[in-house]
Design a protein around this ligand. Structure first.
Ligand code: GSH
Length: 87
C-alpha cells in the first residue's frame, strides 16, 4: 500500500475536512504543504492544472476535490464507511 500524501495548507477549510477524517479514521499520512495561492508549479504537474486545494496523492494516483478524496479514502480504508451504503 502506497503512503497517503495530502497536498494542502494549514488555513484551508477544505483541507481541514480531510485532515479531520485522517484523525477520525486513525490514518497515517504525509503532509506536502503548498502556498495558499497559485502558482504551484510542482503540484500543477501532478494535477494537470487543477488549482484548488486539497489534493490527495496515493502512489501515482491523484485525487482532486474533497468529495472525490473522501470516496477514495472510504474505498481504501474506512470501516465503518464514511458514507452510508447506497448514498
Ligand atoms: N470543491 C473543492 C473546493 C476546494 C477549494 O475551493 N479550495 C480552496 C482553498 S480552501 C481553493 O483552492 N481556492 C482557490 C481557488 O478556488 O482557486 C473541494 O471540495 O475540494
Amino acid at each position: 500500500m502506497s503512503e497517503i500524501i495530502l497536498h494542502h495548507y494549514e488555513l484551508s477549510p477544505f483541507a481541514e475536512k480531510i485532515r479531520t477524517v485522517f484523525g477520525l479514521e486513525n490514518l497515517a499520512w504525509r503532509s506536502a504543504e503548498v502556498v495558499p495561492f497559485p502558482p504551484r508549479p510542482l503540484l500543477a504537474v501532478l494535477t494537470g492544472g487543477y488549482r484548488r486545494i486539497p489534493v490527495l496523492q496515493i502512489g501515482a494516483d491523484i485525487y482532486c476535490d474533497t468529495n472525490i478524496i473522501l470516496a477514495a479514502l472510504d474505498r481504501l480504508h474506512s470501516s465503518p464507511p464514511l458514507y452510508p451504503a447506497g448514498s
